[in-house]
Design a protein around this ligand. Structure first.
Ligand code: ADP
Ligand code: MG
Ligand code: MG
Length: 252
């Protein structure tokens, strides 16, 4: 049983007009076996939370803490966070020409497991995971993120999730750019990942659509850098019907 505890998190971002505070104290605890949906209007700070957890250099944690099983990860480098058991899928993954998907994945798995997987076993493991996600075999030889369609990016995120097997997964807008068939495949991947109840998922999404396939245990609504409301799955259903208008009006 693991716990990811976000405590009174304050995050600033470097922007053209200096450093601006975006998150003004976020509190959130995810335990293994739980799925938390982070919802909220555009520009409310959802991705900022994901970037801060990932250790993105533009986002500075100026207050609070992020504890993974009691250990503060906020001073850790990106790769150290991954080794501690955190997986972060970014909304806009970077292109890395000259590095193939299969090389990238093997390197990442090697870093996490502390030793390179045997080549034969690795190829089998990767192929099986790709099959489950209905990813064509040729995808393994593609350059990382180069020319990936929206659907390919999302499937690749879930492929990483299956192979890297982190304690906690932070998925930012994993449902964006997916048609209904791809959404189902991606959702099934997330559901396989969480089925054993040993993993925690932080599912960041503007829309309620993916939550029909990946029902959350808890829902948090972020508005203007703060958690405006929290509840169970019924809160997502209410947002689907009512939208975010009432929060936006309340803060305007
Ligand atoms: P969401 O993911 O909920 O749509 P974001 O976290 O992307 O929201 O953005 C929250 C706020 O922070 C917005 O006002 C956005 O303009 C600002 N912001 C986020 N990242 C940057 C950045 N790199 N540079 C400048 N402003 C940023
Ligand atoms: Mg945004
Ligand atoms: Mg975002």
């Amino acid at each position: 049983m693991s716990t990811l505890e976000i405590r009174d998190l304050h995050v600033t971002v470097d922007s053209s007009d200096g450093e601006r505070e975006i998150l003004h104290g976020i509190d959130l605890t995810v335990r293994s076996g739980e799925t938390h949906a982070i919802m909220g209007p555009n520009g409310s700070g959802k991705s900022t939370l994901a970037y801060a957890l990932a250790g993105h250099p533009k986002y500075h944690i100026t207050g609070g803490a992020v504890l993974l099983d009691g250990v503060d990860i906020t001073t850790m480098k990106v790769d150290e966070r991954a080794r501690a058991g955190l997986f972060l899928a970014m909304q806009y993954p970077v292109e890395v020409p000259g590095v193939s998907v299969s090389n990238f994945l093997r390197t990442a798995v090697t870093a996490l497991r502390g030793q390179a997987p045997k080549l034969r076993a690795w190829v089998t493991e990767m192929k099986e995971a790709m099959n489950r996600l209905q990813i064509d075999a040729s995808f393994a030889d593609r350059n990382l993120n180069e020319g990936f369609s929206g659907g390919e990016k999302r499937r690749h995120e879930i492929l990483q999730l299956e192979l890297l097997n982190p304690k906690f997964a932070v998925l930012d807008e994993t449902d964006s750019g997916l048609d209904i068939d791809a959404l189902k495949v991606v959702s099934e991947g997330i559901n396989r990942f969480r089925a054993d109840k040993e993993h925690g998922v932080l599912l960041i999404t503007h829309y309620t659509r993916i939550l029909r396939y990946v029902p959350p245990d808890h829902v948090h609504v972020v508005v203007d850098g703060r958690i405006a409301e929290e509840g169970g799955p019924e809160l997502a259903e209410r947002l689907e019907a009512e939208g975010y208008e009432r929060y936006v009006r309340a803060t305007a």
